[in-house]
Design a binder for this molecule. Structure first.
Ligand code: EPU
Length: 339
């Protein structure tokens, strides 16, 4: 049986360590317990909010209704051939620990995504990506439970409508489903992806780089650039990297010849939000009990402030970048709760 508690602090459940309470809270370890939690919510007319690792979450205030913490565990190989394996991961598995486990089993492909905070169930929502790999590259399907009806849905890659830091779960299906399981196709033979220049550079001295070396190199790069949420509470990249068209890129480069950019499809380019924020003078800025990380302008950090303070700083950054560069930055973490 599940236990439903009331007025539960969520400060330990979000990597920004923002203070906020769940009106009602329960932790579930199986789909059967999810069904019980949804029955409870329905019979008490409570809105439902899913909670995973809390690493891409901004709690603007308390959350009304029932917060369901998804703690389902298990990693199973359900199909294998000479070159590949299909692995089912339960939603509550920690992302990085799952990668370490896969490496031990000889299942490869996730190394470039090492050390991303959070749990497996949230990975498809923002289609996590780093160092040349996105989740959708390895994705087979997921299992999700409809919050309103309790029905189970299996969704393949196409159905998830993945994009850059994006999926159907941020739009049409926002807050409609609880993701309980993710299936990925991994390689059964060691292979490495060194497309990302900084990674290729880090392993340039290795004649035969292994997946283990890739994982170690990604961990080293991330640790050098990004603050550890356990030490300085943060939610990773706070803004998406904006896309600009060829015309806007040309005019931006005319004024800022040193501006970095990455060419994307159809004449569009991605401009690093970190650079725009840095140039706007925010890197290392502290505003009350929140701030911008001193080594990485893309990361907002919490020194003991509130979600409202953090949102106010984010809005200040957005206004300044808009004024200087005519670019509207989009906040990446999901915002829950009312201030
Ligand atoms: N830069 C600055 N100032 C800074 C930081 C960076 O000018 O304070 C410049 C750098 O010199 C560089 C550019 O901005 O030219 C890009 O910086 P960086 O490589 O640090 O960030 P990014 O490539 O934009 C993205 C993801 C990261 C991911 C890395 C590696 C987004 C929003 N962020 O960062 O994702 O780890 O690529 O693939 O797409 C996350 O989602 O939490 C995250 C860390």
């Amino acid at each position: 049986m599940i236990e439903i508690a009331s007025q539960v602090s969520l400060q330990g459940y979000n990597t920004l360590a923002l203070p906020a309470c769940a009106e009602y809270f329960c932790s579930v370890t199986s789909e059967q317990q999810i069904a019980q939690a949804l029955d409870y919510a329905r019979s008490h007319n409570l809105q439902v909010t899913a909670l995973g690792g809390g690493s891409n979450l901004l709690l603007a205030g308390d959350i009304a209704g029932l917060v369901i913490y998804l703690d389902l565990r298990g990693i199973n190989c359900v199909d294998s051939c000479k070159d590949s394996v299909t692995i089912e991961f339960a939603a509550g598995e920690n992302w990085h620990k799952a990668i370490e486990y896969c490496l031990q089993q000889g299942w490869y492909g996730l190394e470039n995504l090492s050390l991303i905070p959070g749990n497996m169930g949230a990975a498809p929502i923002q289609n996590i990506g780093a160092y040349g790999v996105e989740l959708c590259d390895l994705f087979v399907s997921l299992r999700a439970i409809n919050i309103a009806t309790g029905e189970v849905l299996i969704m393949d890659r196409q159905a998830c409508e993945f994009g850059y830091r994006d999926s159907i779960f941020k739009h049409k299906y926002s807050n409609c489903y609880l993701i309980t399981q993710v299936s990925l196709e991994l390689w059964a033979q060691p292979q490495v992806n060194l497309q990302y220049p900084a990674l290729a550079e880090a392993l340039a001295a290795e004649s035969e780089p292994t997946p283990e070396m890739v994982s170690a190199a990604v961990c080293a790069i991330r640790s050098a650039k990004l603050p550890d949420p356990a030490q300085i509470p943060n939610a990773g990249s706070f803004f998406k990297n904006p896309m600009v068209d060829a015309e806007q890129l040309k005019s931006l480069l005319a004024d800022n010849p040193k501006m970095p950019f990455y060419s994307a499809d159809n004449g569009w380019s991605k401009v690093p939000a970190a650079w725009l924020i840095d140039q706007s003078g925010f890197r290392g800025l502290r505003s009350g009990n929140v701030g911008v990380h001193r080594d990485q302008a893309l990361v907002l950090v919490n020194f003991g402030g509130t979600g409202a303070e953090l949102l106010a700083l984010a809005n200040r950054i957005q206004s300044e970048v808009l004024e200087r560069f005519a670019i509207a930055l989009e906040i990446e973490p999901r915002i829950y709760g009312q201030s």
